[in-house]
Write a protein that binds this ligand. Structure first.
Ligand code: NA7
Length: 567
């Protein structure tokens, strides 16, 4: 079972009469941060636009993931658009790490302020995209029976928007309420006083577990793999940082784009003087490391990971930091057996998506929370009553799936994309994604993906990253229009070389050792390859710029129709 099956999704039944919408220059798929900015930016080019969005509203991932405790783990002052100085100045974030409702309000504010909704068809999912080589146009179909022809398609479909439900025996027989964190009902789920179970302890599980534990009668956490998590230490936005950033917000936001993660992590002022950037953890004494890690642990956020340069490239440094975090877990969790089960030992530190939490480990000290170790005994089946693990049935009223996504490739592969000669993207990517710069696939002209596989995307601050991609795509379209060009596509050679570059950039990383969604390892049968580009955002953005300035080497640009349309 996959996708958002348990929510009410309309599906084209084949009998639905197709309504043909007026042809457009550009179709923008998705109205998350990427799609919204695409509307704003492309509108200035004078092209006709038609957007489609599966959800009833804007926000993308922040629309769907409305589970209790959902929060961004990039600091809110950095997690914002930089295209408008006024927008930067007027929006006030209330917390250091913004909650999902606040981020969704921000997305809605942007949509209203820049009047971005009128070209978007909501509640509409794209079910197929087919390229016609004769006319250089894409035909897209929707689950509402609509059909549209477009010169260009921008897939702003998100990286974590294709949820997966595990194939567990008996799932449909559960008599209580089943809910996914990735499709959480906006009118809430009644959890107070209920026996709640949750499967999954990735970022979503780790964020929601402490909040749900506060109201559930009992919360049973079904854990297959423990995860590394750092304390967020959330709170109000720090007045010092606010003053520093607001002194010249546009300059601050622009400088985010000059960094490897599109994000400036601030070093706490009380960091011991012995710390200096650019060192290996192995060059520090035990005392130095502890002092530095204690300070960064107490400061909260992802600054901890910037303590030394080689935490995710050197196995010995990684072991040291893993042991440090295990020590913290053992300090926090009262029951030694539970603490041990919560210590991640199967994946190197920081190589699966590192989580930020608010009292996650301490939650296991509550009398109404229990941890079930699925590594010791896997789930046998789901029954009407609850979840059966070995011989034990855990009776539940509500069962929550926080079981992740078919990351990065899933959203594109679920759209039934067919390029030149009817070649399917699913076949082209059967052994993993192939593209140039994470932006275009050879054989799929005029189709751009936003923060897709092969781009830095999920390893960066996503809003600056989507802005960079959309700006590049907009400049490219402007170039095509200005030069009377009809079609752009990546060359197979450039695509192959980029694939090499993506592999090279990851080759020294311990990421390759982890069973993570970065590696496609969370989806049965998915090829095991590194999905994001690890060469750093600023280098990548510079490379994209250079290619645009140089007249798009690695792409074939055609002036007219490649083939005359048949009569
Ligand atoms: P993740 O990080 O992919 O986590 C999914 C969790 O679900 C993870 O703990 C999985 O265990 C668990 N899982 C998946 N299938 C099963 C089955 N069959 N049985 C038991 N447990 C299972 O997804 P999230 O939504 O938490 O986070 C995704 C990203 O969103 C996150 O990284 C942030 O970027 C925001 P496993 O580790 O596979 O053993």
């Amino acid at each position: 079972m996959e996708g958002r099956e348990i929510t009410d999704i309309k599906r084209s039944d084949g009998d639905t009469p197709q309504e043909t919408l007026p042809a457009t220059d550009v179709v923008i798929i998705g109205a998350g941060f990427g799609g919204l900015y695409a509307h704003q930016r492309l509108r200035q080019l004078g092209l006709t636009l038609q957007g489609f969005e599966a959800a009833p509203g804007v926000g993308g991932t922040w629309y769907w993931n409305a589970y209790p405790g959902a929060r961004c783990d990039v600091e809110s002052l950095d997690y914002c658009y930089s295209f408008s100085d006024e927008l930067l100045e007027e929006w006030e974030w209330s917390e250091r790490f913004a909650t999902q409702p606040e981020i969704l309000r921000y997305a809605n504010h942007v949509a209203d302020r820049f009047d971005l909704r009128h070209d978007i068809a909501f509640d509409t999912r794209i079910t197929s995209c087919t390229f016609d080589d004769a006319t250089n146009r894409w035909t897209l179909e929707t689950d509402t029976g609509k059909c549209i022809s477009a010169r260009f398609v921008i897939a702003a479909t998100g990286c974590l928007s294709a949820p997966i439900l595990p194939d567990i025996d008996g799932i449909e027989s559960f008599a209580g309420t089943i809910v996914q964190t990735s499709a959480w009902p906006h009118d809430g789920v009644e959890l107070a006083g209920k026996r709640v179970g949750i499967i999954g302890t990735g970022s979503s599980g780790i964020q929601t577990i402490p909040v749900i534990a506060q109201s559930a009668a009992h919360l049973t956490v079904f854990q297959r793999t423990p995860n590394f998590s750092l304390p967020a230490r959330n709170g109000p936005v720090s007045p010092e940082k606010l003053a520093r950033v607001k002194a010249d917000y546009p300059a601050y936001a622009r400088s985010n784009k000059l960094t490897p993660a599109a994000y400036q992590v601030s070093v706490p002022s009380d960091l011991p003087e012995i710390w200096s950037p650019g060192r290996s953890a192995l060059d520090a004494s035990d005392e130095e490391r502890s002092a530095i890690w204690d300070t960064l642990w107490n400061a909260g956020g992802t600054g901890f990971t910037y303590s030394y340069t080689d935490l995710t490239t050197n196995a010995d440094s990684n072991q040291l930091v893993a042991e440090y975090v295990h020590g913290k877990i053992r300090d926090i969790v009262d029951d030694p057996e539970t603490a041990e089960k919560l210590c991640p030992k199967t994946n190197p530190f920081g190589t699966k998506r590192l989580c930020l939490d608010s009292d996650y480990f301490a939650t296991f000290n509550r009398p109404n929370v229990s941890l079930v170790d699925l590594r010791a005994t896997p789930i046998t089946r789901i029954t009407a009553d609850g979840v059966e693990v070995g011989e034990t049935v855990h009776s539940l009223d509500v069962l929550i799936f926080a079981t992740g996504f078919d990351a990065m490739t899933g959203p594109l592969l679920r759209m039934n994309v067919k390029g030149v000669g009817g070649t399917s993207l699913n076949e082209e990517w059967a052994d993993g994604p192939h593209n140039y710069l994470g932006l275009m696939v050879a054989g799929f002209p005029n189709l751009f993906s936003v923060t897709g596989p092969g781009s830095p995307s999920v390893l960066t601050n996503m809003i600056p990253s989507v802005e960079q991609h959309i700006d590049w795509i907009a400049d490219c379209l402007e170039h095509l229009v200005a030069h009377g060009l009809e079609r752009i596509e990546a060359t197979p050679t450039a695509q192959e070389e980029w694939g090499e570059e993506v592999r090279r950039a990851a080759s020294h990383s311990l990421f390759l050792k982890a069973d993570s969604w970065y590696m496609g390892a969370n989806v049965p049968g998915k090829p095991r390859v590194i999905l994001p580009y690890m060469g750093g955002f600023s280098n990548y953005a510079e490379r994209c710029e250079e290619i645009a300035r140089g007249g798009y080497p690695g792409f074939t640009l055609s002036a007219a129709l490649v083939h005359e349309p048949s009569a």
